[in-house]
Design a protein around this ligand. Structure first.
Ligand code: AP5
Ligand code: MG
Length: 218
């Protein structure tokens, strides 16, 4: 088992690409955003703590997020894991590195989905997601509308607007991203399997690049 990592700003397309990669390469998708949103909707202790932080676009503390991730990894997986939205601070990257080496788990690809700031807000504000967490399909009111307004094409559940997909929360997420991203790049940019992909292209083209990369099987 290896872990692969998708990095990138809010709205860069990590979730969109992860869902397709997971299907094609039989990976296990670990999105810390999805795990935390599940915790919020279930009203767990972590969810209660994370709810307001997430809605405001701030980051949940490193120990909480690392704890959630390591607990999942310790359960074991058939096949590789694809992280989306983790690690997101230098502390998380370092803690993950230590965890992987003690558990003798390899690091596969680290891919930065690069998208210019100017196009991200419209992607995030116009995003709609399936309210059925098990499905979680991702839409956009303009660039990827569902066939029937407000209804998921895949499972028929209602679509919803994430509580942090407002212009205000988006700006706060960008502040967090800009404060944490350079140290992460410094940490992973030296890795042999680090790549950057131009995410400011149609999703299909981004996916083609990623398929080629993952076919190399790091
Ligand atoms: P998280 O859920 O990870 O959100 P994020 O990183 O802000 O990323 P998004 O999910 O907004 O964007 P995405 O890159 O997945 O884009 P998507 O594919 O959906 O985190 C949310 C919150 O949880 C954080 O703010 C924090 O509070 C907490 N959290 C999570 N992880 C944490 C951690 N490790 N540490 C601390 N706190 C953590 O696409 C976006 C839209 O664009 C969609 O509408 C889509 O249709 C469209 N789109 C996608 N690709 C394209 C394309 N190529 N061209 C045009 N449109 C596109
Ligand atoms: Mg996402």
């Amino acid at each position: 088992m290896k872990v692969h990592i998708l990095l990138g700003p809010p709205g860069s397309g990590k979730g969109t690409q992860a869902k397709r990669l997971v299907q094609k390469f039989k990976l296990n998708h670990l999105s810390t955003g999805d795990i935390l949103r599940d915790a919020v909707s279930q009203g767990t202790e972590i969810g209660l703590k994370a709810k307001a932080i997430m809605a405001s676009g701030k980051l949940v503390d490193d120990d909480t997020v690392n704890g959630l991730v390591f607990a999942r990894l310790q359960q074991g997986f058939e096949g590789d894991v694809l992280f989306d939205g983790y690690p997101r601070t230098l502390q998380q990257a370092e803690a993950l590195g230590e965890f992987l080496s003690t558990q003798q788990i390899g690091l596969g690809f680290v891919v930065n989905v690069a998208v210019p700031d100017g196009v991200l807000e419209a992607r995030v504000v116009g995003r709609r997601v399936c309210s059925n967490n098990a499905c979680g399909a991702i839409y956009h009111v303009e660039s990827k509308p569902p066939k029937q307004d407000g209804i998921c094409d895949l499972c028929g559940s209602p679509l919803k607007h994430r509580s942090d997909d407002t212009a205000e929360a988006f700006r706060s997420r960008m502040v967090e991203f800009n404060a944490t991203f350079q140290p992460i790049l410094g940490f992973y940019g030296r890795q042999t399997h680090f790549r950057s992909v131009d995410g400011n292209r149609p999703p299909e083209q981004v996916f083609e690049f990623l398929v080629q990369l993952f076919s190399e099987n790091a």
